[in-house]
Every structure is written in structure tokens, then in C-alpha cells.
Design a protein around this ligand. Structure first.
Ligand SMILES: [Zn+2]
Length: 393
């Protein structure tokens, strides 16, 4: 469920980076901080009141509700987060959160305002997270709670959140087991290569995990007893997301994720190295089994080949992470659809791969997608298209 680790050691991401503590010095305790509630209710925000960009006197209704979480909180415990009443997000964090909310499509603003809490997590893991509390069988009537925590390391070195290309480069490298030969160079002339889009991307990704549970486990249990995304092309169960047409890239049956999705995790059948879920043998034809082997072995030649396929024009994934598991495919495709409907929209993210002392173009998922070159990815994205029916967005 975790995504969004921003490992802030510039350039090469190495294992030691996991120990990096976000170098944010907390601001002095604000007056009245002790009066803040222990758990935040985000429902106080209004999708139609996003604030005014560049005007600190018009913060809007979203950013002021985002609180700092207490240090050492473990989201995988699914316990309710608690607010650090002694600290507030920095002024630049609040400005970036406001800008991200302004950039968000109306549907995502509405979704974020429906959550039970959104936080900045100063935890040393560097990971953002999002979850819906599991159903308590002993108390099935207990409302399910939904929370997002953005890693404070998004704002390291700060004061602004890192630009979008840097954020995506770090995530890709982490997905590949810290393989540092692939990155997105970015484009400083692109208004979407910004801090606000980084924050929006992290929010969209983490909300995507909550969205997955709301779609496939609406009341806290799978309607069919086990995860069943439906039969492609067969409307059947009215609850089938996108009439079962989302998981076109995966062999049937598609197996459910573990309760806590660790970033970059490839699920394997217990006692084996065989992936639980595998791609349909089509498209660019890079199997999960191949990715599992190549990421673990850090084989340069193989990873180079894999990435060229995953990100090539015929690639069918929003990202390499999307190719690792069906749920991350759902989440990353949702995130891409949000970013393509953002203001400003993400229209390009070109990949560069270094191999044998040469730089190669690795593909441009949003660019190829926008050009209509990604048929399968486009069909998956279309599953989210009814989220953008609000006029103008
Ligand atoms: Zn994720």
C-alpha cells in the first residue's frame, strides 16, 4: 500500500538511504496547537474552496486540515493516526498542499475531502501511505476509516517538494531495487514538472489504494468471498469494476493483494519464487517472473531490456511499478489518469536509461498515451473516465 518513498540522497539511491531522516527542522509550536484534535477529520474541506495560488491569506479549505502525525507511527498496524499537536506542516508544505489541491481534478478533491484524515508523516522510512481500516469481524457495523500520510521527505531538501521528474525518478529506481541507471531528466519549461504535481501524484497514488478497497471490497469483505474482478467484457455482477475490463493485462484468475502492500513488492506463491499473478502473454511480453529475477539480480543488460519494453510505445503499463502487481496496476493507472486531468496536465515524462556508457531514450508513457499509441493502457484508463465528467475538468 505504500508508495511514494522519496529517498533523498541525491543521485544514486542506495540501501543506506532508507535510514535517511527527513532533514526538516520543526517549526516552533504554534499558539493554540494543543487544541488541535487528536485525529483529524478531513471532511471539513470543501472541493469548491481550494484557495488562491500565491495568496497566503487564501489557504483554501484543504491545506489547513493537513496535520503532522506523531513520529514513529506505523501505518501497517492500521491503527488510527494521531496528530502531533506540537508541530504544524511548514508554510511551504502548506503552500504545496494548497497548490496540489488546486491542480487536482474536482473528483479527486471530492474524494480527498471524504477521507478521515490526511497527514504529513515525519517517519524515517521516507514512505507515503494510504489505507482503509480493515473490517473488524467482532464489530462489523464500525465505520471503515480512510487515511493518507504523505512522507515529509517529499520536502527534502526543501523548502519546496521535489519536482515531479525527480520524484518519479526516485520511485522508479526504488521499484528496480535501487538500480540507478534509469531516470526521468525532466523539463524545467514544463509547468507540470513541479512540486505541486509531485504532491498531487502522491495523494492520487495513495488515494488509489483506498479506492481499490472501496471498489473491490466495498463493505470490508469481497462480495464473492474472494477477490473477483469480474469477467472481461461481461457486465455480469453490477459491482464488477469497469464490467471486469480493467485487469486485461493479467492472467485469470487475478489474486488479491496482501492486506498491506509494501512498495515494489512482487507477491510469490508461498515457498516458491513463482509470482502469484502473471501478465497475459501479450503486449511487450515482459513477465513478472522475469522482472522478479532481473530486479533481484540487478542484471544491467536484462533490466535495460525490460525497461525498454515496459516503457516502449507498445508497453501497456503506467509505470514499472504497475507491472509488478494487479493492484499497483490499478493504482498507477488511476494516478496517471488523475495527472493527465490535472491543471496543468502531465503530458510528458520521458525516460532515459544508461547502458554501456550510452544514454538511450526509454519511452514517454504520458506522451505516447496522449498520442493514442497505448491501446491497452488507454483501455484501462478509460475505466476511470467517468470521474472527470465535471465540466471543465
Ligand atoms: Zn502503491
Amino acid at each position: 500500500m505504500i508508495r511514494a518513498a522519496l529517498l533523498l540522497c541525491a543521485g544514486i539511491i542506495i540501501a543506506a538511504c532508507f535510514a535517511c531522516t527527513p532533514a526538516l527542522s520543526p517549526p516552533p509550536p504554534p499558539l493554540g496547537a494543543a487544541l488541535r484534535p487528536l485525529t483529524l477529520v478531513a471532511q471539513g474541506c470543501n472541493p469548491n474552496d481550494p484557495g488562491i495560488l500565491g495568496d497566503p491569506t487564501k489557504p483554501g479549505s484543504f491545506a489547513p486540515l493537513v496535520a503532522m502525525i506523531t513520529p514513529n507511527y506505523d501505518p501497517s498496524s492500521f491503527s488510527p493516526p494521531t496528530v502531533d499537536g506540537a508541530n504544524l506542516p511548514t508554510a511551504q508544505m502548506q503552500a504545496d498542499l494548497k497548490a496540489a489541491f488546486i491542480a487536482a481534478p474536482m473528483s479527486l478533491r471530492t474524494a480527498l475531502c471524504s477521507l478521515d484524515g490526511i497527514y504529513i508523516d515525519p517517519g524515517s522510512s521516507g514512505e507515503s501511505w494510504g489505507f482503509r481500516t480493515p473490517l473488524d469481524p467482532a464489530h462489523p457495523a464500525t465505520p471503515l476509516k480512510r487515511y493518507i500520510g504523505l512522507s515529509a521527505s517529499l520536502w527534502n531538501p526543501g523548502p519546496s517538494a521535489v519536482p515531479f521528474h525527480q520524484y518519479e525518478s526516485q520511485l522508479l529506481q526504488w521499484t528496480l531495487g535501487n538500480w540507478s541507471s534509469a531516470y526521468f531528466p525532466g523539463n524545467f519549461a514544463d509547468p507540470a514538472d513541479s512540486s505541486q504535481i509531485t504532491v498531487l501524484a502522491a495523494l492520487a497514488h495513495e488515494y488509489g489504494h483506498i479506492f481499490w478497497y472501496d471498489k473491490f471490497k466495498p463493505a470490508g469483505t469481497y462480495p464473492s468471498g474472494t477477490f473477483d474482478p469480474g469477467t472481461p467484457g461481461t457486465p455480469g455482477n453490477p459491482g464488477d469494476f469497469c464490467s471486469g475490463n480493467f485487469y486485461v493485462s493479467w492472467r485469470r484468475p487475478v489474486f488479491a493483494p496482501p492486506p498491506w502492500r509494501t512498495f515494489g513488492q512482487i507477491d510469490v506463491v508461498r515457498g516458491t519464487t513463482n509470482p502469484t499473478n502473471e501478465h497475459l502473454n501479450a503486449g511487450e511480453n515482459v513477465s513478472v517472473a522475469t522482472l522478479y529475477t532481473d530486479i533481484n539480480s540487478q542484471n544491467d543488460a536484462n533490466l535495460f531490456t525490460d525497461l525498454r519494453k515496459l516503457y516502449g510505445t507498445s508497453g501497456r503499463w503506467a509505470s514499472a511499478l504497475a507491472a509488478l502487481s494487479p493492484d499497483e496496476d490499478f493504482v498507477e493507472t488511476f494516478e496517471l489518469s488523475v495527472l493527465r486531468h490535472a491543471t496543468p496536465p502531465v503530458q510528458s515524462l520521458a525516460l532515459t536509461i544508461f547502458y554501456n556508457n550510452r544514454a538511450y531514450q526509454g519511452g514517454d508513457v504520458p506522451g505516447d498515451d496522449q498520442s493514442g499509441n497505448k491501446t491497452e493502457l488507454g483501455s484501462k484508463e478509460a475505466c476511470f473516465s467517468n470521474l472527470y465528467l465535471t465540466p471543465g475538468r
